[in-house]
Design a protein around this ligand. Structure first.
Ligand SMILES: C[S@@+](CC[C@H](N)C(=O)[O-])C[C@H]1O[C@@H](n2cnc3c(N)ncnc32)[C@H](O)[C@@H]1O
Length: 216
């Protein structure tokens, strides 16, 4: 869809209400090339707070998966593990649920087309389920200006995924504290009181990479 003027706008109303104008492929690539090395690093974390249907995130995933392909196609297990790391480090927020869903579907298709091409009938439904689970957690229908789920006061929660061997550890964080915490530079305030520090709100027992979302 990228690259054509027509598909950069879905409707005049959506442009007026949400500033929804999609970026074309050439601009996406030019901007991502400014941080080329990071886009090719399998575990670099990307967050797009107004991700639309995923023009930037799709290209980031393609680049990360190119790296996975270049290193791990000889071993299905390694390819799966690293592809999952690639997916798990990509985050998006959009205020419109249809955009968030389109973005999840698009990222899943990019993953699944490669997975199927490499491993055909040996592909595991459990691996696909893990990827779908990660995308459900990482691509969020939310309002990035107040850090909440639209029309609620429920905070946006992001999950951090850390590979530990074949397992993955999940830690949940409040988006607002992550966004504001990055400006936290001092240990103590002017009255020598300890400053607020970000804390994860929940830490989960590590689970096998093929068992993500098994009980949800
Ligand atoms: C200019 S479009 C860009 C989409 C995408 N980043 C791209 O470059 O193709 C802006 C997107 O931001 C979303 N948006 C507008 N206000 C938002 C908000 N407060 N929080 C999250 N997303 C928002 C719109 O729904 C739209 O998809």
């Amino acid at each position: 869809m990228e690259g054509t003027k027509e598909t950069q706008v879905k409707s005049k109303k959506r442009v007026a209400d949400h500033g929804e104008v999609f970026t074309n492929e050439r601009e996406v690539n030019a901007m991502l090339d400014l941080v080329k090395q990071e886009t090719e690093r399998i575990d670099s974390r990307f967050l797009e707070p107004a991700c639309g249907n995923g023009n930037f995130l799709a290209e980031v995933l393609r680049r990360k998966l190119n790296t996975v392909d270049s290193r791990y196609t000889k071993s299905q297990t390694e390819w799966e593990q690293y592809a999952i790391v690639a997916v798990s480090s990509i985050y998006g927020v959009d205020i419109l649920e249809d955009n968030a869903e389109e973005c999840r579907q698009r990222l899943f298709t990019i993953f699944d087309d490669r997975y199927t091409a490499h491993f055909k009938s040996r592909c595991k439904p459990k691996c696909r389920r893990s990827v779908l689970f990660l995308l459900g957690k990482n691509i969020i229908n939310g309002d990035a200006t107040n850090y909440c789920i639209p029309n609620t006061d429920k905070p946006i929660i992001f999950s951090e995924w850390t590979p530990i061997g074949k397992k993955i550890q999940r830690k949940d964080w409040v988006f607002e504290s992550l966004a504001k915490g990055s400006y936290q530079l001092r240990l103590f305030d002017e009255n020598d009181e300890p400053q607020f520090f970000d804390k994860s709100i929940k830490q989960y027992t590590p689970v096998d990479y093929l068992k993500l979302g098994e009980d949800e």
